[in-house]
Design a protein around this ligand. Structure first.
Ligand SMILES: CCCCCCCCCC/C=C\C/C=C/C(=O)SCCNC(=O)CCNC(=O)[C@H](O)C(C)(C)COP(=O)(O)OP(=O)(O)OC[C@H]1O[C@@H](n2cnc3c(N)ncnc32)[C@H](O)[C@@H]1OP(=O)(O)O
Ligand SMILES: Cc1cc2nc3c(=O)[nH]c(=O)nc-3n(C[C@H](O)[C@H](O)[C@H](O)COP(=O)(O)OP(=O)(O)OC[C@H]3O[C@@H](n4cnc5c(N)ncnc54)[C@H](O)[C@@H]3O)c2cc1C
Length: 699
């Protein structure tokens, strides 16, 4: 890349250098970073990750050094080029789906093909018959057709039942007719639709024999495979500039009585019979919403990665950035020189950043558990057993909402913790944050989704209180279900109190779970009473409902973190957990991280723990003391804990979060490449000219 300004090469940052400061931090760690990285990835995945990283880093098309200076059209072209390149590399190196995902994660830019991979393929896979998979999935995997997922409309998104696009069965020709009856029915937002896709999953109301059977998925070819123009009766365009995600062409689409073969209704679960138009119901009404459940589970896992990335940048930078001398505890170099204090040593900075490290680990572990639960559901459903669906839907809804909300808040907290430089694109936060933001909205707005979780919790609670005679059955189920466990425990004595008598008691996992469980059950019991006995409307309870979903999901995050650290029988332990359990130093540091997560989250929601009377004001003071203690425990390991995420510079693309700590050298080098620096302006206000020269390199 061109530099427009020559920076004097004899200048270096004042001592100590960033690299030296990070080396000191790394030498303080009480555990082996490589071992923790292995426990997070597993040996096989880590070696794949390294192999793929090497290929991407050395590929000129996937070079990221120019992207901070690009406008939308340029960025979009870059995104299309890199999407094509990843597909070419995947073919060359014979990458499987997991390897493809690793490459996409590392290249880290949504693109015109993103929704093809993340929604079009999974929808056909999950909802298509074997014949449909042969017709659509195989060419889609080979990228002979490119698809998108058009569900949301201009007038409706959250309310899927309210979608207006129709798909009417025409027995005479054995076709469906897709139609947009109103402007509000225009398909809107679908990623890749604007300029790229030639096929789409279209969610439309199935009308057969005059009866409306609600939204179902259909495959519609939308563009000509040769000219790439929209097919007759279909109007398509890009929806225009957005807050972020501008490297993807989100689009709109209108249908004017467009015919498709009956075969194109994805029919794994529900079917329309040729000629008679008879409708065969799915075994579960909501199976056509399956793609959303899948993507929500991915969003939970991705939230952990986003937090790890934000924490890595801000923690490393805070170890390098120095301001003021802490006179009571000055930073002294080996040569005796007193230097300004690293901002990471200020307790306020620790209180802002270390909980983000803890959130990253907590959500990472729950993400793994949810991914496994999803796999288990797919396995069972392939044998016609859908019994896990309701639980999976409730957990993924609430956890998607909670974890993406935490990630958005914490990315911004980490950015601000980097001071002024956090506002520069070179921080690595700008596009990362902008592109992450819609995770709180897409796949179900975060406030809407909490209603799904609360509804499930109310149902479970009602089942327990109305079936006293079955209490034995519930006791048995409580061994497997932490939800039933905390509800039963609450019901056994609703006026129980927290047993903490000293700050360190808060470190006891049993105590933590009892506190979280009591708070969730108390809120649920109160809400159910309001609805059932005081006839409160659902709408009047929405704020409480949101609180309940959050309380339950925080319980789940804490529960899963504790479970991860508990000894398990060796046969149920996978390789990653074995590494963790065989290393006392890893267990010690992760226990501190787990405690910080549980206690900091408690403090942030303190009023809910206090109002039930379970926790006393005195205990809440002890909680603060223990949080401070946990921050101290983590301090020597802060940099090592983020290093263990193994997020390479290629991914971070951040001057502040570089592994080698060369923050200042990179900031000035990247600034010298700003194309504006290559322009000499004509500043005479009476001249029509803006520039004295064309944009050209000076060096
Ligand atoms: C290679 C792979 C890489 C993957 C990377 C992924 C990364 C992410 C990239 C994606 C990027 C961007 C793409 C974005 C795409 C989109 O946004 S697509 C559009 C998504 N839209 C939504 O999510 C809409 C949200 N609304 C809804 O889901 C529903 O309408 C809502 C659940 C809010 C309400 O549904 P209703 O039909 O009205 O149902 P309700 O009456 O409330 O409930 C009835 C009953 O059904 C149960 N239920 C509801 N939904 C589901 C479901 N999905 N699964 C199972 N069960 C469900 C509900 O619990 C009720 O049950 P009950 O027993 O009667 O209580
Ligand atoms: C970048 C991006 C990419 C997207 N990609 C796709 C795609 O590929 N395919 C696709 O089909 N869609 C896509 N979407 C659309 C997305 O799924 C919807 O925007 C999302 O589901 C929210 O729906 P909505 O926009 O209708 O919000 P609305 O439902 O209109 O929400 C507006 C506000 O009303 C509140 N609200 C609504 N109903 C209730 C209620 N019952 N109770 C309480 N509060 C309520 C919400 O909380 C929210 O605050 C994308 C969106 C974005 C931003």
């Amino acid at each position: 890349m061109t530099s427009y300004i020559k920076i004097p090469s004899h200048l270096t940052p004042s001592d100590p250098q960033g690299s030296e400061l990070l080396a000191r931090e790394r030498s303080k760690a009480t555990f082996d970073v490589n071992e923790l990285t292995l426990a997070l990835y597993g040996a096989e995945e880590l070696s794949r990750f390294k192999r793929i990283l090497k290929i991407l880093e050395s590929d000129p098309i996937l070079d990221k050094s120019n992207i901070y200076y690009m406008g939308r059209t340029e960025l979009f072209k870059y995104a299309l080029r890199k999407d094509k390149r990843i597909i070419q590399l995947a073919a060359t190196h014979k990458w499987n789906v997991d390897e493809f995902k690793i490459a996409s994660r590392l290249v880290d830019m949504s693109g015109p093909y993103s929704i093809h991979q993340s929604m079009f393929l999974p929808t056909i896979l999950g909802q298509g018959t074997e014949e449909q998979k042969r017709k659509f999935l195989n060419p889609a995997i080979r990228h002979e057709i490119i698809g998108c997922y058009a569900q949301t409309e201009l007038g409706h998104g959250s309310n899927v039942q309210g979608l207006e696009t129709t798909s009417t069965y025409i027995p005479e020709t054995d076709e469906f007719e897709i139609h947009t009856p109103h402007l509000t029915a225009a398909k809107w937002w679908a990623g890749g639709l604007g300029r790229t896709a030639n096929h789409s999953v279209v969610m439309a109301r199935l009308i057969t024999n005059g009866q409306d059977k609600g939204p179902h998925p259909f495959i519609v070819q939308i563009r000509d495979l040769t000219t790439h123009e929209p097919l007759p009766g279909i109007t398509i365009g890009d929806i225009g500039p957005k807050f972020g995600f501008n490297t993807t062409d989100n689009g709109f689409m209108l249908f004017d009585h467009v015919r498709i073969p009956r075969f194109n209704m994805l029919s794994k679960f529900s079917q329309v019979t040729k000629g008679t138009g008879e409708y065969k119901k799915p075994p579960n009404e909501k199976l056509s919403y399956g793609t959303m459940v899948f993507v929500r589970s991915v969003i939970i896992f991705n939230a952990g990665l986003a937090l790890a990335r934000a924490a890595t940048i801000s923690v490393r930078y805070s170890a390098v950035r120095r301001q003021f001398v802490d006179k009571e505890n000055p930073m002294i170099l080996p040569n005796g020189q007193v230097v300004e204090t690293a901002v990471l040593d200020y307790t306020m900075q620790q209180y802002r950043l270390f909980p983000v490290i803890a959130q990253a680990y907590a959500i990472y572990f729950t993400g793994e558990i949810i991914t496994n639960l999803y796999k288990q559901y797919i396995d069972q459903s392939s044998r016609g057993d859908f019994s896990l669906l309701a639980d999976l839907h409730a957990s993924t809804s609430g956890l998607k909402s909670l974890t993406s909300g935490i990630a958005v808040d914490s990315i911004e907290d980490c950015r601000r913790a980097c001071g002024g430089h956090g506002y520069s694109n070179f921080s690595g936060f700008t596009r990362f944050y902008q592109d992450y933001l819609p995770n709180t909205t897409w796949e179900g707005d975060n406030y809407i989704l909490t209603q799904q979780t609360a509804r499930y919790l109310f149902k479970t609670y009602r089942e327990i209180i109305h079936s006293k005679q079955q209490s034995e059955e519930f006791s048995l189920r409580s061994n497997e279900s932490p939800t039933i466990f905390y509800m039963l425990r609450y019901l056994s004595n609703p006026s129980q109190k927290c047993t903490v008598i000293s700050p360190s008691d808060f470190k006891n996992p049993e105590v933590q779970l009892a506190i979280y469980g009591y708070r969730a059950a108390y809120l649920i019991a109160r809400a159910v009473d309001q609805i059932d006995n005081h006839k409160k409307s659902w709408n009047s309870m929405l704020v409480e409902i949101n609180r309940i979903s959050r309380a339950h999901c925080q319980y789940i995050l804490v529960h899963n973190f504790i479970l991860t650290l508990q000894p398990q029988t060796s046969d149920s332990m996978n390789e990653k957990r074995r590494i963790l359990h065989n290393s006392p130093s890893l267990k010690t540091v992760l226990t501190s991280v787990c405690n910080l997560f549980a206690l900091h989250t408690m403090e942030k929601n303190l009023s809910e723990f206090l109002e039930s009377g379970y926790l006393s004001p005195k205990q809440s003071e002890m909680l603060r003391v223990q949080i401070s203690e946990s921050l101290n425990e983590i301090r020597p390991n802060a940099v090592a804990l983020v290093d263990a995420f193994y997020l390479p510079d290629y991914l971070l693309n951040s001057a502040l979060g570089r592994y080698d700590g060369k923050v200042y050298e990179t900031m000035i080098e990247w600034a010298s490449k700003e194309p504006l620096n290559g322009i000499t302006l004509d500043i005479n206000p009476y001249s029509e000219k803006l520039f004295r020269n064309d944009v050209k390199a000076k060096i």
